[in-house]
Design a protein around this ligand. Structure first.
Ligand code: ATP
Length: 245
Protein backbone atom coordinates (compact mmCIF):
# COMPACT_ATOMS: atom_id res chain seq x y z
CA UNK A 1 0.00 0.00 0.00
CA UNK A 2 1.41 3.44 -0.89
CA UNK A 3 1.95 5.99 1.86
CA UNK A 4 -0.84 8.13 0.38
CA UNK A 5 -3.34 5.30 0.89
CA UNK A 6 -2.34 4.27 4.39
CA UNK A 7 -5.37 4.49 6.70
CA UNK A 8 -5.07 7.32 9.24
CA UNK A 9 -4.32 5.75 12.63
CA UNK A 10 -6.96 6.45 15.29
CA UNK A 11 -6.34 9.04 17.98
CA UNK A 12 -8.40 7.06 20.44
CA UNK A 13 -8.97 3.34 20.27
CA UNK A 14 -11.04 1.33 22.71
CA UNK A 15 -11.74 -2.37 22.51
CA UNK A 16 -13.71 -4.87 24.58
CA UNK A 17 -14.04 -2.29 27.35
CA UNK A 18 -15.63 -3.34 30.64
CA UNK A 19 -16.42 -0.85 33.41
CA UNK A 20 -18.29 -1.24 36.73
CA UNK A 21 -19.58 0.90 39.59
CA UNK A 22 -18.52 -1.36 42.48
CA UNK A 23 -20.26 -4.67 41.89
CA UNK A 24 -22.56 -3.26 39.22
CA UNK A 25 -21.07 -3.77 35.78
CA UNK A 26 -22.31 -1.18 33.29
CA UNK A 27 -20.05 -1.52 30.24
CA UNK A 28 -19.66 -5.09 28.98
CA UNK A 29 -18.13 -4.88 25.54
CA UNK A 30 -17.50 -1.46 24.06
CA UNK A 31 -15.20 -0.92 21.10
CA UNK A 32 -14.71 2.28 19.17
CA UNK A 33 -12.14 4.32 17.27
CA UNK A 34 -11.94 8.07 16.77
CA UNK A 35 -9.74 9.53 14.06
CA UNK A 36 -8.26 13.01 13.84
CA UNK A 37 -10.74 15.62 12.66
CA UNK A 38 -13.95 13.61 12.86
CA UNK A 39 -17.19 14.00 14.77
CA UNK A 40 -18.44 10.74 16.23
CA UNK A 41 -21.75 10.38 18.05
CA UNK A 42 -22.89 7.84 20.63
CA UNK A 43 -26.47 6.72 20.33
CA UNK A 44 -28.31 4.70 22.97
CA UNK A 45 -31.31 4.76 25.24
CA UNK A 46 -31.28 5.96 28.85
CA UNK A 47 -28.94 3.89 30.97
CA UNK A 48 -27.12 2.34 27.99
CA UNK A 49 -23.78 3.50 29.40
CA UNK A 50 -22.92 6.54 27.28
CA UNK A 51 -22.05 8.84 30.19
CA UNK A 52 -20.07 6.05 31.84
CA UNK A 53 -18.07 5.61 28.64
CA UNK A 54 -17.20 9.33 28.47
CA UNK A 55 -16.24 9.28 32.17
CA UNK A 56 -13.97 6.31 31.51
CA UNK A 57 -12.31 8.00 28.55
CA UNK A 58 -11.54 11.08 30.63
CA UNK A 59 -10.19 8.99 33.51
CA UNK A 60 -13.00 9.49 36.03
CA UNK A 61 -13.85 5.76 36.00
CA UNK A 62 -11.27 2.96 35.96
CA UNK A 63 -11.12 0.37 33.20
CA UNK A 64 -11.91 -3.08 34.54
CA UNK A 65 -10.80 -4.90 31.41
CA UNK A 66 -10.23 -4.21 27.73
CA UNK A 67 -7.92 -1.73 26.04
CA UNK A 68 -7.88 2.06 25.92
CA UNK A 69 -5.23 3.57 23.70
CA UNK A 70 -4.45 7.21 22.97
CA UNK A 71 -2.11 7.88 20.05
CA UNK A 72 -1.15 4.19 20.17
CA UNK A 73 -0.18 4.30 23.87
CA UNK A 74 -1.90 2.47 26.71
CA UNK A 75 -3.80 5.25 28.52
CA UNK A 76 -5.59 3.17 31.16
CA UNK A 77 -3.45 4.32 34.08
CA UNK A 78 -3.32 8.01 33.15
CA UNK A 79 -4.99 10.40 35.61
CA UNK A 80 -7.74 12.78 34.42
CA UNK A 81 -5.35 15.76 34.46
CA UNK A 82 -2.72 13.81 32.53
CA UNK A 83 -5.37 13.03 29.90
CA UNK A 84 -6.31 16.71 29.65
CA UNK A 85 -2.65 17.61 29.20
CA UNK A 86 -2.32 14.98 26.47
CA UNK A 87 -5.36 16.25 24.58
CA UNK A 88 -8.60 14.74 25.94
CA UNK A 89 -11.07 17.30 27.35
CA UNK A 90 -14.57 16.64 28.69
CA UNK A 91 -17.71 18.78 28.73
CA UNK A 92 -19.72 16.96 31.40
CA UNK A 93 -23.45 16.40 31.64
CA UNK A 94 -24.97 19.42 33.40
CA UNK A 95 -22.06 21.66 32.24
CA UNK A 96 -20.60 22.06 35.77
CA UNK A 97 -19.45 25.65 35.32
CA UNK A 98 -17.62 27.21 38.26
CA UNK A 99 -20.13 29.24 40.28
CA UNK A 100 -19.07 32.70 41.44
CA UNK A 101 -16.60 32.98 38.55
CA UNK A 102 -17.11 34.99 35.39
CA UNK A 103 -17.29 33.54 31.90
CA UNK A 104 -13.75 34.83 31.32
CA UNK A 105 -12.43 33.10 34.46
CA UNK A 106 -14.17 29.85 33.53
CA UNK A 107 -12.44 29.98 30.14
CA UNK A 108 -9.12 30.74 31.77
CA UNK A 109 -9.50 27.75 34.10
CA UNK A 110 -10.09 25.54 31.07
CA UNK A 111 -6.48 26.28 30.11
CA UNK A 112 -5.01 25.21 33.49
CA UNK A 113 -2.98 22.34 32.06
CA UNK A 114 -1.37 24.35 29.27
CA UNK A 115 2.26 25.26 29.25
CA UNK A 116 2.35 27.40 26.10
CA UNK A 117 2.13 30.75 27.87
CA UNK A 118 -0.21 33.63 28.55
CA UNK A 119 -0.22 35.13 25.07
CA UNK A 120 -1.34 31.88 23.43
CA UNK A 121 -4.05 31.43 26.06
CA UNK A 122 -5.33 35.00 25.54
CA UNK A 123 -5.39 34.40 21.78
CA UNK A 124 -7.51 31.31 22.32
CA UNK A 125 -9.91 33.20 24.60
CA UNK A 126 -10.41 35.66 21.71
CA UNK A 127 -10.94 32.69 19.39
CA UNK A 128 -13.65 31.39 21.76
CA UNK A 129 -15.36 34.79 21.63
CA UNK A 130 -15.31 34.56 17.82
CA UNK A 131 -16.76 31.04 17.89
CA UNK A 132 -19.38 31.98 20.48
CA UNK A 133 -20.10 35.71 20.03
CA UNK A 134 -22.78 35.61 22.73
CA UNK A 135 -20.08 35.05 25.32
CA UNK A 136 -18.42 38.39 24.53
CA UNK A 137 -21.10 40.57 26.09
CA UNK A 138 -21.42 38.08 28.98
CA UNK A 139 -17.73 37.76 29.70
CA UNK A 140 -17.84 39.47 33.10
CA UNK A 141 -21.05 37.77 34.21
CA UNK A 142 -21.13 34.88 36.72
CA UNK A 143 -21.17 31.89 34.34
CA UNK A 144 -23.87 30.06 36.32
CA UNK A 145 -26.31 32.96 35.74
CA UNK A 146 -26.21 32.53 31.95
CA UNK A 147 -29.11 31.02 30.00
CA UNK A 148 -28.94 27.26 29.38
CA UNK A 149 -27.70 27.74 25.82
CA UNK A 150 -25.07 30.27 26.88
CA UNK A 151 -23.91 27.94 29.67
CA UNK A 152 -23.46 25.13 27.16
CA UNK A 153 -21.46 27.49 24.91
CA UNK A 154 -19.32 28.48 27.88
CA UNK A 155 -18.79 24.84 28.88
CA UNK A 156 -17.77 23.87 25.34
CA UNK A 157 -15.48 26.91 25.10
CA UNK A 158 -13.92 26.03 28.48
CA UNK A 159 -13.28 22.50 27.17
CA UNK A 160 -11.70 23.89 24.00
CA UNK A 161 -9.45 26.16 26.08
CA UNK A 162 -7.50 23.03 27.05
CA UNK A 163 -6.51 22.96 23.36
CA UNK A 164 -7.69 19.34 23.06
CA UNK A 165 -7.23 16.96 20.17
CA UNK A 166 -10.49 15.31 21.26
CA UNK A 167 -13.41 16.97 23.02
CA UNK A 168 -16.00 14.73 24.71
CA UNK A 169 -19.43 16.38 24.99
CA UNK A 170 -22.15 14.81 27.13
CA UNK A 171 -25.81 15.66 26.42
CA UNK A 172 -25.13 18.42 23.92
CA UNK A 173 -28.68 19.70 23.48
CA UNK A 174 -30.40 18.74 26.73
CA UNK A 175 -32.91 21.44 27.69
CA UNK A 176 -31.88 23.81 24.89
CA UNK A 177 -34.12 25.57 22.36
CA UNK A 178 -33.94 24.22 18.77
CA UNK A 179 -32.48 27.52 17.51
CA UNK A 180 -29.61 27.32 20.00
CA UNK A 181 -29.01 23.67 19.07
CA UNK A 182 -28.77 24.66 15.38
CA UNK A 183 -26.24 27.34 16.31
CA UNK A 184 -24.17 24.82 18.32
CA UNK A 185 -24.26 22.29 15.47
CA UNK A 186 -22.89 24.93 13.07
CA UNK A 187 -20.18 25.98 15.51
CA UNK A 188 -19.08 22.41 16.26
CA UNK A 189 -18.74 21.80 12.53
CA UNK A 190 -16.27 24.70 12.48
CA UNK A 191 -14.40 23.25 15.47
CA UNK A 192 -14.06 19.91 13.66
CA UNK A 193 -12.96 21.67 10.46
CA UNK A 194 -10.23 23.38 12.48
CA UNK A 195 -8.90 19.92 13.41
CA UNK A 196 -10.42 18.96 16.78
CA UNK A 197 -12.17 15.58 16.96
CA UNK A 198 -15.45 15.41 18.84
CA UNK A 199 -17.23 12.56 20.59
CA UNK A 200 -20.80 13.56 21.28
CA UNK A 201 -23.52 12.02 23.42
CA UNK A 202 -26.84 13.34 22.21
CA UNK A 203 -30.35 12.16 23.10
CA UNK A 204 -31.82 13.68 19.96
CA UNK A 205 -30.59 11.08 17.50
CA UNK A 206 -31.65 13.03 14.40
CA UNK A 207 -29.51 15.98 15.54
CA UNK A 208 -26.63 13.66 16.45
CA UNK A 209 -26.60 12.04 13.02
CA UNK A 210 -26.91 15.38 11.28
CA UNK A 211 -23.84 16.68 13.11
CA UNK A 212 -21.66 13.56 13.12
CA UNK A 213 -19.49 11.95 10.48
CA UNK A 214 -19.84 8.53 12.12
CA UNK A 215 -21.72 6.98 14.98
CA UNK A 216 -21.86 4.03 17.36
CA UNK A 217 -24.98 2.54 18.91
CA UNK A 218 -24.64 1.38 22.51
CA UNK A 219 -27.19 -0.97 24.02
CA UNK A 220 -26.92 -2.23 27.60
CA UNK A 221 -23.21 -1.54 27.76
CA UNK A 222 -22.30 -3.04 24.40
CA UNK A 223 -21.53 -1.44 21.04
CA UNK A 224 -24.07 -3.09 18.77
CA UNK A 225 -23.78 -1.05 15.56
CA UNK A 226 -21.46 1.46 13.98
CA UNK A 227 -21.18 3.25 10.69
CA UNK A 228 -21.19 6.48 8.76
CA UNK A 229 -23.88 8.83 10.02
CA UNK A 230 -25.58 8.65 6.63
CA UNK A 231 -25.69 4.83 6.82
CA UNK A 232 -27.04 4.88 10.40
CA UNK A 233 -29.75 7.33 9.31
CA UNK A 234 -30.95 4.66 6.88
CA UNK A 235 -30.37 1.64 9.14
CA UNK A 236 -33.82 0.09 9.77
CA UNK A 237 -33.01 -0.83 13.41
CA UNK A 238 -31.74 2.67 14.20
CA UNK A 239 -34.73 4.21 12.45
CA UNK A 240 -37.19 2.05 14.37
CA UNK A 241 -35.51 2.35 17.78
CA UNK A 242 -34.25 5.93 17.79
CA UNK A 243 -35.74 7.93 14.94
CA UNK A 244 -39.39 7.01 15.47
CA UNK A 245 -39.68 5.76 11.87
P1 ATP B 1 -28.57 8.62 30.25
O1 ATP B 1 -28.76 9.05 28.87
O2 ATP B 1 -29.85 8.28 30.96
O3 ATP B 1 -27.65 9.48 31.07
P2 ATP B 1 -26.40 6.78 29.76
O4 ATP B 1 -26.42 5.96 28.54
O5 ATP B 1 -25.51 7.95 29.80
O6 ATP B 1 -27.88 7.17 30.15
P3 ATP B 1 -25.08 6.01 32.19
O7 ATP B 1 -25.41 7.28 32.88
O8 ATP B 1 -23.71 5.72 31.79
O9 ATP B 1 -26.05 5.79 30.94
O10 ATP B 1 -25.59 4.82 33.14
C1 ATP B 1 -25.43 3.45 32.80
C2 ATP B 1 -25.86 2.60 33.97
O11 ATP B 1 -24.97 2.82 35.06
C3 ATP B 1 -27.26 2.88 34.49
O12 ATP B 1 -27.89 1.66 34.78
C4 ATP B 1 -27.00 3.68 35.76
O13 ATP B 1 -28.02 3.43 36.71
C5 ATP B 1 -25.67 3.10 36.24
N1 ATP B 1 -24.92 4.11 37.00
C6 ATP B 1 -24.58 5.33 36.60
N2 ATP B 1 -23.89 6.00 37.55
C7 ATP B 1 -23.79 5.14 38.59
C8 ATP B 1 -23.19 5.21 39.89
N3 ATP B 1 -22.53 6.31 40.29
N4 ATP B 1 -23.30 4.14 40.70
C9 ATP B 1 -23.96 3.01 40.28
N5 ATP B 1 -24.52 2.88 39.07
C10 ATP B 1 -24.45 3.93 38.24
Amino acid sequence: MSAAHKPIPPLLSVSSLEVAYGDVQVLWDVSLDIRPGEIVCLIGSNGAGKTTLLRTLSGLMPVQSGTLQWGGQDARSWSPSERVARGIAHVPEGRRLFAGLSVYDNLLLGAYSRTDGRAAIQRDIERMYELFPRLVERRRQDATTLSGGEQQMCAIARGLMASPKLLLIDELSLGLAPKVVDELVQTLGRVRDAGTSLLIVEQDVATALELADRGYVIDQGRTVAEGLASALQNNPTVRAAYLGA
